[in-house]
Design a protein around this ligand. Sequence first.
Ligand code: ATP
Ligand code: MG
Length: 573
Amino acid sequence: MEQEEKSLNFIEQIVEKDLAEGVNDGRIQTRFPPEPNGYLHIGHVKAICLDFGIAEKYNGVCNLRFDDTNPAKEDTEYVETIERDIAWLGFKWGQIYYASDYFQQLYDLAIMFIKEGKAYVDEQTAEQIAEQKGTPTEPGVASPYRDRPIEENLRLFEAMQRGEIEEGKMVLRAKIDMANPNMHFRDPIMYRIITSHPHHRTGRKWNVYPMYDFAHGQSDYFEGVTHSICTLEFEVHRPLYDYFIDQFSGANFCGLSPYGPDYRPKQREFNRLNITYTVMSKRKMLQLVKEGLVAGWDDPRMPTVCGLRRRGYTPSSIRTFMDRIGYTKVEGMIDQGLLEHTIREDLKETAPRVCAIFDPVKLIITNYEGEGETLTAENIDGIEALGTREVRFGRELWIERGDFLEEADNKFYRLSPGGREVRLKNSYIIQATGCEKDAAGNITTVYATYDPNSKSGTEGGNRKTKATINWVECNSALDAEVRLYDRLFAVENPSAEEGDFRDLLNPDSLKVVTAKVEGALRSELHAPILENGIPRENHYQLLKQGYFVVDQDTNAEKLVLNRTCSLKDNYLK
Ligand code: ATP
Ligand code: MG
């Protein structure tokens, strides 16, 4: 509902204008173009929500295209996880394409450029080429190879592809304009040699690989993309994107598209997502994984899609977050608190409540007789539709150490000998009578008496107390390994700091405790149940502690819970 009332974002405005003007006969086609060189992160999800969202909203199609033009960094492992993560987010692609499917067409185009005198083979080093680029206000210096005869360029480029030239010794450059104020026009590199790594799909077939600028627009064109949406750093590449396509469309049309001479894909740029207390670069994430600074790509502290999933984020909360931050032309930094706020709001309505005691001390109710009893508690207080659960009660309970004080003043509302009455959540009212300590003076047992006529849900249950405390019955309780995750970095913007980003990791980003949790969680003691290869996540609110998700390390003997977020919302609206 919130979504429908929102005004159109600027990309939607562009699309609606195109539709109104009948551009591309009303066809809407987008693509999401990941490079399979790492796992998807939440920044990618922003692009995914826009690419797929536009197609969904305007009855178009969004294809998945793997931008696999650099065999040195890419792998099928990444292809698989990218597909799995997009499916988990709830998006459906039309086709799956690979830039590597176009290697032959791109090579043929390069040959055409050479024959038309629009490209040349340069034998200078990468450093020399960079030095000659000039600055935006100063023209660059032409390569000594710039005016090489067409025949020679052809011969050398073919030798490059046959694997006869060593990696790094030659590149193919577009011959455009070394004085152009747009630096990307100063004879950009079209092709480079990579012989050191086989390609994950084409093996050793190719020894030359197209650069981004010579592959991306062409791929869009071959597929019939209408709106090629990307992040703002590509805005300066846009004229080059158009230039390359102009060479084989319009008046130069040579049949490479079924949509005719007038068809053009249009690149449009939006602001990338940056979030506080994390990094959003595959390169840095890979470093954290490889050096063991996190447990893997799916470590719950990572901003990857699989990390967020394991942390307990739901697809709907992530998509709601993207709706809230919106799409603009201005770069900025989003408070991680907003992301946490969004999942908290989601789980508030859906996560059943259970009790867990993190720092347990035993409580004995001295006047309670018998084997114990089964009480009923609402899964979420006040939401009847979510049902109830059974809770065991008995003579011996675990309570939080901090809920008892041997000597307390009258501002302490919880348990203290001779102090006030306290309600046990969903249960009876008790009053502390004393405690027992070990030789070191640590309290080992707290004693109390209960009022049999004060049970919640009965008439006596309406009696008010100043405090309600949590408890777990000892015989039915089970131990859980609870992983308390916090922000991965200690500083707001690790990428803006001098020095090594790894020195800025938050040393307290993970604490592990063993908690006593109520018997209801016994139902979670089994190996993860997979849905499309992904463990199904069950979420809980541990009363007073926060929101937690059952981790995939759980098995028949051991329960592992990850903290998704605390209960306290620090996000200022
Ligand atoms: P990284 O810099 O982390 O390696 P990348 O941009 O190289 O990321 P790609 O796989 O090329 O990763 O990105 C696929 C798509 O996702 C691109 O269209 C890119 O613009 C978009 N994208 C990547 N990072 C972000 C981000 N932080 N916010 C929004 N979109 C992003
Ligand atoms: Mg990229």
